[in-house]
Design a protein around this ligand. Structure first.
Ligand code: GP9
Ligand code: MN
Length: 424
């Protein structure tokens, strides 16, 4: 109830990380494009299969002059998979311990990115070549304040060759999105959700440009072909943005949504990464790529530890929008005060020094069990993680944002949104 919100506001304020003057407003007034890289794990970046780069375009982008590439960035999804990633991205709140908040908490009041940016003149849209009802997106996006949701009904999905299991394949998807994107007023805040690189990673062999791996585990062997295809589609889209004249005034954020290869494939993965997949190595494989391209911003490979919960405050600070009055669980990755403890949904966590996996503690540097001298510190971190997850769950389960409106923020009225094509 409303007394809880005071506790949450105080907790959030104690968590707040001040913007870094070097980056604050670096993308002020720019368009925002999120590229949701389906099932991309960070191990694929710079990986060579039979001497050949799997994702040459993304590899080059990690070294681009105006791109910050985070190589210690983790997904924090639970059972909600893609929808948990989206939930965290838009709200800086964790998904739920069970199920998908997209489905069970769609009617909540949120203060999500599209609604925050609306107060700054942004028009928002999601592009996704799947049915709009999948993951209940067409309902919860209204609670997020998305102006537009271009789902499969806006695309030509008649040619089976262009279709993947969860919707339009990435190359035709980006191609057909061009006219919809050009129709948006600027500045816009948009998210493109790809589906080509999705389990079990089967591909029409006429479209592949790299061999499978030969571990004998089909979904692992296929993964390299769909990851290469997605990489080519991303490169195609970057070229489209340049042709549309959008590249130089748009911040592009590319992120992996969750792991692609689960723990059921550890035997094959040991051949892929040349290491035993211990709990420590399996946790290391939960890194997903995060690349933030901002024209004019000094690029770097940033080793800061963080997770999907930290993206919203990071992106808002890059847009020159302070987040101290918003209820957000994460903190700005570029801030000198960023908290590098990364909670996972199940209570495990990673940090630059200590991993806690399944109630066991490991030294991050060696991967060996932690010696007893660190136990006290580890338990303090464990409490902090439980606290952080607990507060987020309080906000989501109690729908607490009903009781708090940040200064200058305009609450969302979901009833004013309508995504049907024939009304556009
Ligand atoms: C479904 C697509 C895949 O529309 O986003 O969702 P996932 O299975 O990865 O959660
Ligand atoms: Mn996904």
């Amino acid at each position: 109830d409303s007394s809880d919100i005071t506790e949450v506001i105080n907790y959030t304020k104690s968590n707040y990380a001040n913007p870094n003057a070097k980056y604050f407003g670096a993308a002020k007034g720019m368009n925002v494009i999120y590229l949701h890289l389906e099932s991309f794990q960070n191990f694929i970046i710079d990986y060579k299969l039979n001497g050949e780069e799997v994702t040459p375009f993304l590899n080059s982008l990690t070294k681009d002059d105006n791109t910050a590439y985070f190589d210690n960035f983790f997904h924090q999804t639970g059972q909600g998979k893609t929808s948990d990633a989206e939930f965290m991205l838009e709200n800086s709140l964790f998904g739920l311990p069970q199920g998908s908040a997209f489905i069970t908490k769609a009617q909540n009041m949120y203060q999500a990115a599209p609604s925050i940016l609306k107060d700054y003149g942004y028009t928002s849209a999601v592009f996704h070549g799947n049915n709009g009802s999948f993951w209940n997106r067409n309902v919860i996006y209204k609670s997020f304040g998305y102006d537009n949701f271009f789902d499969a009904s806006y695309y030509d999905t008649s040619s089976s060759e262009d279709m993947a299991e969860y919707g339009l394949l990435d190359k035709p998807f980006f191609e057909q999105s061009e006219s919809l994107l050009s129709s948006l007023p600027q500045p816009f805040y948009t998210k493109f959700i790809t589906v080509g690189n999705h389990y079990p990673y089967k591909m029409n062999q006429d479209l592949v440009t790299i061999d499978k791996a030969d571990t004998g585990d089909a979904s692992v062997d296929n993964y390299f072909q769909t990851a290469r295809y997605a990489d080519e589609a991303i490169e195609q889209f970057f070229n489209q943005l340049k042709e549309l004249g959008l590249y130089d005034n748009t911040m592009i954020v590319l992120y992996g949504d969750h792991y692609g290869i689960s723990d059921n494939h550890n035997k094959a993965m040991e051949q892929v990464i040349g290491k035993d997949i211990t709990p420590y190595e399996s946790t290391n494989l939960q890194r997903v790529p995060l690349l933030i391209h901002v024209p004019g911003m000094q690029g770097e490979t940033n080793h800061t530890y963080g997770g999907q919960i930290d993206l919203l405050p990071t992106v808002l600070h890059l847009l020159g929008i302070d987040t101290q009055n918003f209820i957000q669980s994460g903190s700005d990755l570029l801030s000198e005060e960023h908290n590098e403890i990364v909670p996972f949904r199940n209570g495990d966590f990673v940090s630059p020094t200590i991993y806690s996996i399944n109630e066991k503690l490991y030294d991050n540097k060696t991967g060996l069990p932690l010696d007893d001298s660190q136990l006290e510190l580890a338990n303090a971190i464990k409490n902090e993680v439980e606290h952080k997850l607990g507060f987020s769950d309080k906000v989501v389960n109690g729908d607490l944002l009903r009781f708090y409106t940040p200064p200058q923020y305009t609450p969302v009225d979901p009833s004013q949104y309508n995504y049907f094509k024939d009304t556009h």
